[in-house]
Design a protein around this ligand. Structure first.
Ligand SMILES: *[C@@H]1O[C@H](CO)[C@@H](O)[C@H](O)[C@H]1NC(C)=O
Length: 115
């Protein structure tokens, strides 16, 4: 029993350490039922986020990313990279903008945590 707890506690600590809040600028993208860098189809209704080429790693595909805008936090999924993004910039799907209450087409300041 005790021998099982060690790895579980270690996993929890690693998970907490990795979940760091990042500030960035977001723009909207409209998914068109095609696969992006992660390889899965991104539907127009998806709550999807694209990361900059520097920030993206394939191991993050489908990771939950908690995006906060203007006090509203919404869990979305990492779906690939956005070529126009740099650093901590992200792109958020149209559905994500709507659920966040962000004006469509606008550039917004967000914070996010990749879990
Ligand atoms: C943030 O939310 C408040 C209250 O709902 C709203 O009045 C304000 O317009 C929002 N700000 C932006 C940038 O959307």
């Amino acid at each position: 029993m005790i021998s099982l707890l060690g790895p579980i506690i270690a996993a929890c600590i690693l998970r907490t350490a990795a979940a760091q809040s990042i500030s960035g600028t977001a723009t909207e993208f409209a998914p068109v039922n095609s696969p992006l860098d992660c390889g899965f189809i991104v539907r127009p209704s998806a709550l999807a986020v694209l990361l900059s080429p520097e920030a993206f790693d394939p191991s993050q595909c489908l990771a939950v990313i908690g995006v906060t805008f203007n006090g509203t936090e919404v869990d979305m999924r990492v779906a690939g990279t956005c070529d126009a993004c740099e650093g901590t910039d992200i792109e958020i799907s149209t559905e994500g903008y709507e659920v966040l209450g962000a004006p469509l087409g606008s550039t917004i300041d967000v914070t996010y945590v990749i879990q």
